[in-house]
Write a protein that binds this ligand. Structure first.
Ligand code: IPE
Length: 250
């Protein structure tokens, strides 16, 4: 089984509020069709969830955020999720929509529910979930990033691979020359901060990728604009992107 995160920056235009990148989504979905292995899809918020989260000053730390803001963020994620689901159906894939309220309680994953998602994936559906604004408890709410969902699922399901489709080729050793890092073995790269992103942008992705690789799961960062690279990563063909090699103890 494999896990694939479709980053918000790939499925939406982050420069413009509420703008899906329908062609890119369509291309990705067409390539996902070539994968003959059970998979689970997680998608991000991009210019939907993040746009409203910034507007309502909502973050990943549980707090008493604006109730109206939470409703609006959740609504916008449903809108974006619907676009993804429609694209799957149009391309004859069978998505099974799972908002994170289905498998999270507060900020903890529900083991039994997540194990069930694996069964759903293995019976021919493609479970699709997403980062969202969630109830925490004691009148508090928080933003759960899709990257965090990848970590929870990886820990419980131990997928063969976890893939992050990004709007970049992978991690660059040098931002100016775009020299790609092909493989990272547990060392932590330095990343410039992105303040527009309430869940921490690339920094968060790298943190989660390192956590997942330490569980012994290989993690790939690939360019979702060249979505055939997702298929190559899955099929072990000449891979272009960054690999965080799965390794325990260190
Ligand atoms: C964010 O999910 C969800 C909301 C802001 C509601 P992610 O943190 O996974 O989104 P991207 O991939 O960075 O856009």
């Amino acid at each position: 089984m494999i896990l694939i995160k479709l980053g918000g920056s790939i499925i939406t235009n982050k420069e413009k509020p509420l703008s899906p990148r329908k062609k890119t989504i369509e291309n990705i979905v067409k390539n996902l069709k070539k994968i003959n292995e059970p998979m689970i899809i997680v998608h991000g918020g991009g210019s939907y969830g993040h746009y409203w989260s910034v507007k309502y000053d909502m973050h990943t730390k549980p707090r008493k955020y604006s109730v109206k803001g939470v409703s609006i963020i959740k609504n916008s994620m449903i809108d974006l999720n619907k676009i993804i689901l429609d694209s799957f159906l149009k391309n004859r894939l069978n998505p099974y929509c799972l908002p994170p309220t289905d498998f999270m309680t507060g900020n903890r994953p529900i083991l039994r529910k997540i194990k069930e998602i694996e069964k759903i994936a293995k019976s021919g559906f493609i479970p699709v979930t997403f980062g969202d604004a969630l109830w925490y408890g004691q009148n508090k709410t928080y933003i759960l990033s899709g990257d965090k969902i990848m970590t929870h699922f990886s820990k419980i399901l131990k997928p063969r691979l976890s893939i992050f489709a990004l709007n970049e080729d992978g991690l660059y050793a040098n931002l100016k020359t775009k020299e790609l890092i092909y493989e990272l073995k547990n060392e932590k790269p330095t990343i410039s901060k992105n303040t527009m992103d309430v869940t921490g942008g690339m920094t968060r992705k790298v943190e989660e990728a390192l956590k997942i690789s330490k569980m012994g799961v290989n993690v790939f960062f690939v360019n979702g604009n060249k979505s055939e690279r997702i298929v190559k990563a899955v099929k072990n063909r000449k891979f272009e992107g960054t690999l965080f090699r799965g390794k325990r103890n260190g």
